[in-house]
Design a protein around this ligand. Structure first.
Ligand code: AGP
Length: 356
């Protein structure tokens, strides 16, 4: 087992560090660097009028990203928690596509939602890491994320690869005016992830806020799923209370919980409207004496209000969340390590959840 960890203390850390390689594999042979065109065999001939994603946990956060990317490209798209999909079924038409995002391809809730979709007569696509998994076998099509085996219960590299694959899906289904820019950003992403891994101050931040009562994560737009993911990762492996919100929702309730004992991790990139609004939310939090940790590319002035800064390189807004998330993976890992938690096998959790 020690050999399999290649010198890392935990599979989770090894898998975090495998992300540059995993992302290169996910992209290999799938994009034309000159035109920005995406060429993925599994997606050939697909032209759905609407897309419904179904997924659980971390994969659901990737689904939220995928749905936003498709909507931005003008395709009607929604993300559903797989366990809720059948409760009040969203309308489908003959050309709806249901995409199950599942790392393992064996999650019972996701398989059940995909079976429900098949019963309704719509086409299904499995976006999965495991060739030969139940999801891959049962769906009409399979898009493999090629992240390589993930042993740690906490999903890390598979999330990044799912987000990249979701961008490939969205670029393939709908022509996008910024296709070239996105492809260039995706091509630079593995190197930028490596930069984050080489320079991250996440361990210091983990030390600084180890004894906190609770942790909040906020982000807008494409950073919203990463706020949710940052909180999920932290609670999963540290057993600390953590919540993620769309930044704009803080003032609609959660702000009541914000004190000097609750660090707020704010994801802010660029200096557009979304960044400006999130900086406004950061000011509200700072006024309540909460420590602010910002994950930022340094373009806005958010650092002025922050107690700690986790830097990421500048990139396209649809790609930045992957980089921001790497910093949050490292924070969760280092908090868990300092607390002596069972990082690769957290209590009560299984890598693949095969019951509904
Ligand atoms: C993530 O860290 C969790 N272990 C969990 O939320 C996981 O993403 C979820 O159970 C879905 O798994 P899947 O991708 O294999 O379907």
């Amino acid at each position: 087992e020690e050999t399999a960890k290649s010198g890392y203390d935990h599979y989770m850390l090894k898998e975090i560090h495998e992300q540059p390689r995993a992302l290169r594999k996910c992209l290999r042979g799938r994009v034309d660097e000159l035109t920005g065109a995406v060429d993925v065999e599994a997606l050939d001939g697909l032209n759905p009028s609407s897309v419904q994603f179904v997924a659980c946990g971390t994969s659901y956060h990737a689904a939220l990203h995928g749905a936003s990317a498709l909507r931005e490209a003008g395709v009607h798209a929604q993300a559903f928690l797989a366990s809720e999909y059948a409760t009040a079924p969203a309308p489908v038409t003959d050309d709806t596509l249901v995409v199950g995002i599942t790392q393992s391809g064996e999650t019972a809730d996701t398989l059940s939602a995909l079976r429900e979709a098949r019963k309704r007569g719509v086409e299904t696509l499995a976006m999965t890491n495991v060739v030969g998994s139940t999801a891959a076998r049962e769906c009409d099509r399979a898009l493999f994320i090629r992240a390589g085996p993930e042993i740690g219960v906490a999903a890390t590299k598979t999330f990044s690869s799912q987000v990249v694959a979701a961008n490939l899906l969205s670029a393939s289904l709908a022509p996008q005016s910024d296709a070239r820019e996105v492809v260039e950003a995706l091509r630079d992403l593995p190197g930028q992830v490596q930069e984050v891994l080489d320079s991250s101050r996440a361990e210091r931040v983990a030390e600084q806020f180890l004894d906190s009562e609770g942790y909040f994560f906020v982000g807008r737009g494409y950073h919203h799923p990463v706020a949710l993911e940052g909180a999920l990762k932290l609670k999963e492996i540290t057993y600390k209370h953590a919540e993620g919100f769309p930044a704009g929702e803080l003032k609609h309730g959660p702000l009541a919980l914000v004190t000097e004992e609750t660090p707020v991790f704010a994801l802010v990139t660029g200096n557009g409207t979304e960044a400006t609004k999130t900086v406004g939310n950061v000011k509200e939090v700072e006024a309540r004496d909460a420590p602010v940790v910002t994950v930022t590319d340094g373009v806005s002035d958010v650092e002025r209000y922050a107690d700690a800064v986790l830097e990421i390189p500048e990139t396209h807004p649809r790609v930045a969340p992957v980089l921001a998330n790497v910093q949050l993976q490292l924070v969760a890992y280092h908090v868990a390590k300092k607390l002596g938690r069972s990082i690769d096998k957290p209590r009560n959790l299984a890598k693949s959840v095969t019951v509904e």
